[in-house]
Ligand binder design. Structure first.
Ligand code: GDP
Length: 298
């Protein structure tokens, strides 16, 4: 992940560090190269522009240029700006579960984004790390195998799933899941909604209805990081219709060029909360802007 972006930035900064003194034009030239590297990594243009402008403003001053190790300073400025772009070094990954249980969490996203797998990963994480009792329910009545897929994942993860009742609508299932969770003392209910190959009005209306019924404390959008700019466009569209409280980027173990991770927060305003880093059920990491920036800079 990020390999080519890391390599590109690495060689730009190596040259910068190698010089004892720096002039304004050296920094400007390096930043031009950084901008190209970001765009080639599929970072959204306005995000790349804003990033470069911020770095430039801080880096091209006498204080930096006349310092003992100017190249090093510029790299530090880039690092800090990367952390900011990624959402800051705060506690964004923490889920807000402060409510009388059961806390509903709505999982939304396109088909194939990794939504169902991520639902099971998150359930396992909440059970293992936060000692929550979690109930999962699939609201996907369109794809016959979807409910069965979640049940099998639940078995693998050792997490309970709501028994399937044939003929129910997504709203019926959501209602039944919330009621079952309340009666059986679950802390969290994860509702896995149906995905589609692309965003359409029907999908959005269905998800909005489920949201209105379940009133989730968290609405988590799952997007595939490998789709780059498309992942960001998808997130923008969901955000326009639903109060998305967080994004989960899947397939960050693949050769995603990094653009989605870098642009997501800035473009959508929604924090990235977790990243999927493999097919196994424990392959879900809390998103950490500082660590991610460190990985990008190598
Ligand atoms: P859905 O249609 O959105 O529910 O997608 P699925 O949960 O069925 O996932 C589709 C495929 O992506 C499955 O083979 C998953 O194992 C795989 N997958 C999901 N998340 C990740 C991830 O973070 N990394 C990798 N490598 N594969 C993933």
């Amino acid at each position: 992940m990020f390999d080519s972006l890391s390599e590109r930035l690495g060689s730009i900064f190596e040259r910068l560090r190698g010089r004892g003194a720096l002039e304004e034009k050296d920094v400007a030239e390096a930043l031009r190269e950084v901008r190209v590297a970001l765009l080639e990594a599929d970072v959204a243009l306005p995000v790349a522009k804003d990033f470069i402008a911020r770095v430039k403003e801080r880096a091209i001053g006498q204080e930096v240029l006349r310092s003992v190790a100017p190249g090093q300073q510029v790299v530090k400025i880039v690092h800090d700006a990367l952390v900011e772009t990624l959402g800051g070094a705060g506690q964004d990954a923490a889920l807000d579960l402060a409510m009388a249980p059961p806390a509903p969490i709505l999982m939304v996203g396109l088909q194939g984004s990794g939504k169902t797998t991520t639902t099971a990963k998150l359930a396992l994480r909440l059970e293992k790390r936060e000692k929550k009792r979690v109930l999962m329910a699939s609201l996907d009545v369109r794809r016959p195998a979807a409910q069965e897929q979640l049940r099998i994942l639940g078995e693998q993860a050792g997490v309970k799933t709501l028994p399937v009742v044939a003929g129910q609508t997504p709203l019926d299932i959501a209602r039944r899941a919330l009621e079952a969770a309340r009666l059986s003392g679950f802390d969290v209910v994860l509702l896995d909604t149906a995905g589609r190959l692309s965003i359409d009005e029907q999908l959005m209306a269905e998800v909005a209805d489920i949201h209105a019924l379940a009133r989730p404390i968290e609405t988590l959008l799952v997007v595939d990081a490998l789709t780059g700019q498309d992942a960001v466009n998808t997130a923008e569209k969901f955000k326009a219709r639903l109060p998305v409280t967080g994004v989960i980027l899947t397939r960050m173990d693949g050769d995603a060029r990094g653009g989605a991770a870098l642009s997501m927060r800035a473009v959508t305003g929604a924090p990235v909360k977790f990243v999927g880093v493999g097919e196994k059920l424990d392959a879900l990491d809390a998103f950490d802007a500082k660590r991610m920036a460190g990985r990008i800079l190598g």
